[in-house]
Design a protein around this ligand. Sequence first.
Ligand SMILES: [Zn+2]
Length: 186
Amino acid sequence: MALFDHVNLVYGTVSEFCTPSGCPDMTGPGQRTYLWFDEKGKKTKVAAPQYIDYVMTFIQKTISDETIFPTKYANEFPSSFESIVRKIVRLLFHVVAHLYAAHFKEVVMLGLHAHLNLTFAHLTALHHRFSLIEPKETEILRDLEVALRLTEDSQDTASNSERADDSSEADSKSNLMDASCVDNKS
Ligand SMILES: [Zn+2]
C-alpha cells in the first residue's frame, strides 16, 4: 500500500519531535484523543509515538500476511478483507490527524507539508469513494478538506464560491497553524 509508505515517510521525518513527554496523548485536532484498542478490544491510553508504532506494526504485519493480502493467484481474499482495510485506513487517518494537530510546524519546517497534504488527499479520495471511515472521524479535518478543495464546502452556495475560496483557504490554514502552536507549548 503506497499510502502506508507515504504516511510512514512523513511521520518518520518528524518522529524525533514526537516523544512520550512531548506527546503523552495520541491527539488529533481539537480536544480529541485516540485510545488504542488492543487485540482483546480493550481500550488503553498510550503516548502518541507508542500509538503510531502500534499502527505501523499492525499495518506492516497485516499487509505482509498472505492470508489477508494474497499476492498469489490461487489465494483468495478473506471475507474479513473489507473490515481490515477499513481499520487500516482509519488508523492511518489517526496518524495524519496527529501530524496536522501536533506537528504541522515541523512538517512545514521540513518542507513536507505538500507531501502530507497529498497523502491526506489520497486518504480522503479513498474514503469518499468507498466510505471507509465513519463521518465522526473525518469531520474534524473537514476544514482542511475544504481548504485543499478536496470537498465542496456544503455551506458555500454556488453563487459565492468564487469569491469565498481564497479567504476560507487562508483562514483554515492559519487556524490549523494556531492550533498546532498552542498544542506544542502545553
Ligand atoms: Zn506527536
